[in-house]
Write a protein that binds this ligand. Structure first.
Ligand code: SAH
Length: 386
């Protein structure tokens, strides 16, 4: 059954496909991937969701000041800084909707002043909540415009009392005039600063600033597909580039000889190293740095990988990374992409240099939005390192 959302008409824009039958959404995404990858292969059928609502394990609530010391909270309208007072978002985990409503209540009761972007006054900008789908643990980040947070103790007490599943509350400071939600400095107000979740049989600690896939049901399908494409036998040396908190690396480690993970975000690398220990996985090493720089250094030093996973941000892989990838000559490359256009661009680069696209399959990680994820297998025609 299709659901409708009253906030869509108000310009929320979070789900541009809402109202379109889900089967039609899938066909549209399939057609987009088929067209983009037409010169490389015939993609397999898109992996859809059985229950495509309330899948998001991360939710952001933004604040702006209103007259008489009040505030409005909700989601920014598409392409603007106007807040739509969204309640019960259809994409977000239901419990997160409740937690954010309770957190906004607590902020009002504790008289936390809301940040005014134009005047540069006030404190509270956003709240970011995440929930481990398997564990039920919730983390809450309170994004403030400056470091001094009067009333933080009262707020933390109120919100953790209202929501006992909150395992950590973190203050994140973002003093820049930017559309990015989070800033670079943090202070733990309650708990350990991270939540724990389970994925593909491993446990993962996830800091508020580290990337974590937003659709846990589809993530397990996505990773299973990536692993299937990789066809690991236990003898391979593997690279997981753009590895985040090590989710793919640690899933692959059980089926490979050794795995190296590379990630730019220092906080995520810290999580990844901790996650290896947590799961008693010893054949993995994580390096913090730009994937292109790290692979270039490794390739120049003659280091080779049999299998490379890469899962870059929407902008795709850098040319430095792709050039170094060619140099390190893996037998198989498994490209996980959330940006179909940059994926097609990068596949063209690799195809020109001898790689052949073996299989490709879109995965619907983001129902009711125009976004689509895709997994692609590339192989070197003659196999083995030469
Ligand atoms: N594979 C992980 C993370 C994918 S998201 C997962 O599935 O959870 C992409 C990751 O690339 C993010 O963690 C981001 O911090 C990281 N990243 C962005 N630019 C990078 C770069 N130049 N070098 C290495 N990692 C980068």
């Amino acid at each position: 059954m299709e659901k409708s959302c009253p906030f869509q008409k108000q310009g929320c824009g979070g789900c541009s496909f809402l109202g379109m039958p889900y089967a039609e959404q899938l066909l549209k995404k399939q057609a987009r991937i088929d067209a983009l990858l037409a010169s490389f292969c015939v993609p397999e059928e898109i992996v859809g969701m059985d229950e495509p609502y309330h899948y998001r394990n991360k939710a952001v609530l933004s604040f702006s000041p209103a007259p008489k010391g009040r505030f409005v909270s909700g989601i920014f309208a598409a392409g603007s800084h106007q807040i739509i007072p969204v309640a019960d978002c259809l994409l977000q985990d239901k419990q997160l909707n409740e937690v954010l409503a309770a957190a906004a209540d607590a902020a009002a009761k504790c008289h936390i002043p809301v940040h005014d972007e134009d005047r540069g006054t006030g404190l509270l900008r956003h709240m970011v909540a995440r929930r481990g789908a398997k564990t039920g643990e919730i983390s809450l980040a309170v994004v403030t415009a400056s470091p001094v947070f009067p009333g933080s103790r009262d707020f933390t007490n109120a919100v953790t009392k209202a929501c006992p599943d909150i395992v950590t509350v973190v203050q994140n400071v973002n003093s820049r005039r930017t559309s990015a939600v989070m800033g670079d400095t943090e202070k733990v107000l309650f708990g350990k600063g991270f939540l724990t979740d389970e994925l593909c049989g491993n446990r993962f600690c996830i800091s508020t600033r580290a990337f974590y896939q937003v659709n846990p049901v589809q993530t397990e399908k996505l990773y299973a597909l990536a692993l299937e494409y990789a066809g690991l036998t236990g003898n391979e040396t593997v690279l997981d580039a753009y590895c985040g908190i090590g989710t793919i690396a640690l899933t692959a480690a059980k089926k490979a000889k050794a795995v190296a993970g590379v990630e730019l975000n220092a906080e995520a690398v810290k999580n990844a190293r901790y996650n290896a220990k947590l799961n008693k996985i010893k054949n993995v090493v994580f390096t913090c740095g730009d994937a292109g720089d790290v692979l270039e250094t490794a390739a120049d030093a003659g280091e080779r990988f049999d299998t490379v996973f890469l899962d870059p941000p929407r902008e795709g892989a850098s040319e430095k990374f792709l050039k170094s990838l060619i140099k390190s000559a893996p037998v198989r490359i498994v490209y996980v992409s959330c940006g179909p256009e940059t994926l097609a661009r990068d596949l063209a680069f690799l195809a020109k240099r001898g790689y052949r696209v073996g299989r490709a399959r879109p995965v619907d990680m983001f129902p009711h939005t125009e976004h689509v994820e895709c997994v692609v297998l590339l192989e070197r025609p003659h196999g083995g390192n030469s």
